[in-house]
Design a protein around this ligand. Structure first.
Ligand code: C2E
Ligand code: MG
Ligand code: MG
Length: 692
């Protein structure tokens, strides 16, 4: 089988066609042929079949070689066109070749035909390849022209040879300005050398280079680009061009920078925020370690800022915070970091110190900055501040601990009256550790059964008989020591386990004293202290009712001591509980009366039975002095309101007599009895019964 060859003959003589075809077969082809002799037939044949070759007779009765060439041209096809003929003039041959015929051959000497066809097929195929390549180049260059990405092509040395329209738009340079420049001409002067070195070392080793760079537009504006430089090579694998693709990422970079800012700075004051502060502090500590210097961390808190914020609103509060930030900034040295940690809490990091004096001076100046009031919307606000200082490496070795220790020192300032600064000390640390230790132990105090009760009798002043007793809780610690309630009740309230403790006290006191109470036939009462937190529990009164029922105690033999604090707060649940307790018939007394608030309106609002005059008044009492007059007034007031009075903390005979004179009927105090264990109380009461 020969090479397939589709040949269109434009010929009027079938014999000639066959002759030529036979020549092709001899030459190794297996031709598939069609013969046409008019324009229309040729037109149709071209349209309907893929041809490899046209062999055209020069002389045709109803057609001509010229017309056949035109028909081929019209079809848009590029096929080898070989003319065969008898005799023909040299001029005609030349004119036909000019018109596009590829070869000319004498019908009587066809020996040249096969090599000519082979050559023409080869050339046609080359022409076809070139056409395809041209078409591809056209598509690619259009793509470049329309690309939304900037494209630059340079020589291997980096001289710009081509820029696309996107580059022109983005950079503001037109092609004629850019061509001939070096690749990095839009880069910032200060970055150029370094970036160009990186690029050339990458492309010279055949690698791509990519990065985000900052460039300058023709109008001087800065913009960010994502740049990719790729080496292009020729067939011999030599660097022929650099292809640079650039994307304008200014919008994204700006957004990122904004996010970065938001993540590191406080919106309100523009100061660094906690994240940035930790970063700066970490860095400062590293440097200090290398240079053997100190770093001070100042915890700064505005005193009573909450009052301003709560009373006059957040906009004034915000204003004040901004002004405070400005005042604090004034105290900083270059290189110090000032941050707002949230709320009214600020932290300053002072790096590079040789001793404590600079930190002390700066802390002092901060406190002084706040002695002037803040003038906001026509009003002065006095807000001072407290500053705690922790020093690296002396007080702690990591950012977290430094901040904590600065905070602890700051709280110490608050405890000691605010408006001052304090250095962190080991003592402060020990206090914290003790406190944490206490909290930990306190959490298990009920479960581990470490609590016990003492009872302090309440006496009738006139005849020294016991009329009741107050249960006072003690903590028998594992080391054998007894901890008094003032040393753990406030902590228990802070950490939220007071309810557990007070419930235990309630039940235990009821259990231990139920018999005494019943036997006294109403002559004795049990007084219990409860935390304000108890009254915040909805339905607390039900718990009380259940206990009374369980231990068969009359409601009027129970007295619940609450503090003035509770009554002034006037919260709903608390009020409901107080009223419910009162309805049960339980007596309510106000403990430590006189130490709380000056407003006494609550005395009429609540169903109270007893005022317990705080022992500080009794202790200071001497004839005709202030305390004495005050106690006297309290008595008149209580009488007017129909309330009983118990004087607390009687230690001397003199106090007893003064109280008697005033008209006080009941009292408690070491003069009569210390708080004692239940057995001892029982004995005392029995003794009293027998002596009657
Ligand atoms: P309070 O209710 O005012 O109790 C009186 C406190 O004064 C008792 O201290 C008592 O020992 C002390 N005291 C009594 N007479 C004298 C005296 O003549 N001179 C002096 N210097 N002190 C005297 P204690 O037992 O340390 O209790 C302190 C406070 O702890 C109580 O003050 C009470 O508010 C609270 N508390 C005690 N037990 C409980 C409890 O079970 N629950 C709650 N929530 N608080 C309790
Ligand atoms: Mg009490
Ligand atoms: Mg008291």
């Amino acid at each position: 089988m020969g090479t397939p060859l589709k040949v269109l003959f434009v010929e009027d003589s079938e014999a000639d066609t066959e002759l030529t075809a036979a020549e092709l077969v001899r030459g190794g082809f297996s031709p598939e042929i069609q013969q046409v002799e008019t324009r229309d037939d040729m037109h149709n044949a071209l349209a309907n079949h893929p041809w490899d070759l046209i062999i055209c007779d020069y002389r045709l009765p109803r057609f001509s070689a010229e017309a056949a060439l035109d028909t081929l041209k019209e079809s848009g096809k590029d096929l080898p066109f070989i003319i065969t003929s008898g005799a023909v003039s040299a001029e005609d041959v030349v004119s036909l070749l000019k018109r596009g015929a590829h070869d000319f051959m004498n019908k009587n000497a066809l020996a040249r035909l096969v090599p000519a066809i082979e050559r023409e097929l080869r050339e046609a195929s080359i022409r076809e390849q070139r056409r395809r390549a041209d078409a591809q180049v056209r598509v690619l260059s259009q793509a470049l022209e329309q690309s939304p990405v900037s494209v630059i092509i340079t020589s291997p040395e980096g001289e710009i040879q081509y820029v696309n329209p996107c580059f022109e738009t983005v950079s503001g340079y037109n092609a004629s300005e850019a061509i001939g420049q070096t690749l990095g001409f839009t880069l910032l002067e200060e970055d150029r050398l370094q970036i160009m070195e990186q690029i050339s070392s990458a492309v010279n080793s055949g690698q791509q280079w990519r990065s985000e760079v900052c460039s300058l537009r023709a109008n001087g504006e800065l913009y960010w680009e994502n740049v990719k430089v790729s080496p292009l090579t020729d067939i011999d694998n030599r660097l022929s061009h650099n292809l640079i693709l650039k994307e304008d990422i200014t919008v994204r970079r700006n957004y990122e920078q904004q996010l970065l800012r938001q993540a590191h700075y406080d919106d309100l004051t523009g100061l660094a925020n906690r994240v940035r502060l930790i970063e700066q502090l970490t860095q400062a500590l590293q440097e200090a370690t290398q240079r053997q210097t100190l770093v001070a961390v100042l915890g700064i808190d505005l005193d009573h800022f909450k009052n301003v914020n709560d009373s006059v609103g957040h906009s004034v509060g915000d204003f004040l915070l901004k002004e405070a930030a400005a005042r604090l900034t004034r105290c900083m040295r270059p290189g110090d970091t000032l941050a707002r940690m949230g709320g009214d809490e600020f932290v300053a990091v002072l790096p590079n110190l040789n001793d404590n004096t600079t930190a002390e001076k700066i802390a002092q100046s901060i406190v002084e900055q706040f002695t002037e009031p803040f003038f906001i919307i026509g009003r002065n606000y006095f807000v001072t501040c407290s500053v705690g200082i922790a020093i690296y490496p002396n007080d702690a070795s990591n950012p977290h601990l430094l901040l904590r220790n600065a905070d602890l020192a700051m709280y110490q300032c608050k405890d000691q009256g605010r408006n001052q600064f304090q250095f962190f000390t080991q003592e402060i640390n020990d206090q914290l550790i003790d406190r944490l230790d206490l909290e930990e132990k306190l959490r298990h105090v009920v479960k581990r059964n470490e609590l016990l009760l003492h009872y302090q009798p309440i006496f009738n002043l006139a005849d020294n008989t016991i009329v009741g007793f107050e249960a006072l809780v003690r903590w028998h610690q594992t080391d054998g020591t007894i901890r008094m309630p003032n040393n753990f009740i406030p902590v228990a309230e802070d950490i939220g386990i007071i309810q557990e403790i007070d419930s235990w006290v309630f039940k235990t006191a009821c259990r231990e004293t139920a018999k005494l109470l019943r036997n006294s036939e109403g002559g004795l009462r049990l007084a219990l202290n409860i935390s304000p937190r108890q009254l915040e529990i909805p339905g607390y009164a039900n718990f009380v009712a259940d206990q009374l029922q369980a231990y068969k105690i009359n409601a009027d033999q129970l007295e619940i001591e609450i503090t003035e604090r509770v009554l002034v707060n006037d919260a709903n649940t608390t009020n409901d509980n107080i009223n419910a307790l009162s309805e049960l018939g339980i007596r309510l007394s106000v403990d430590d009366f006189g130490t709380g608030y000056s407003s006494l309106g609550y005395l009429q609002r609540y169903p109270l039975h007893t005022l317990k005059i705080d022992r500080s008044f009794v202790a200071g009492m001497h004839e005709s002095d202030n305390s004495h007059r005050l106690v006297d007034t309290i008595f008149l007031l209580a009488q007017g309101l129909g309330l009983d009075v118990v004087a607390e903390g009687i230690e001397t005979q003199e106090q007893r007599e003064l109280l008697l004179k005033i008209g006080c009927k009941q009292a408690q105090g070491f003069l009569f009895s210390l708080p004692i264990a239940i057995d001892e109380l029982q004995q005392k009461i029995e003794l009293q019964l027998h002596s009657l």
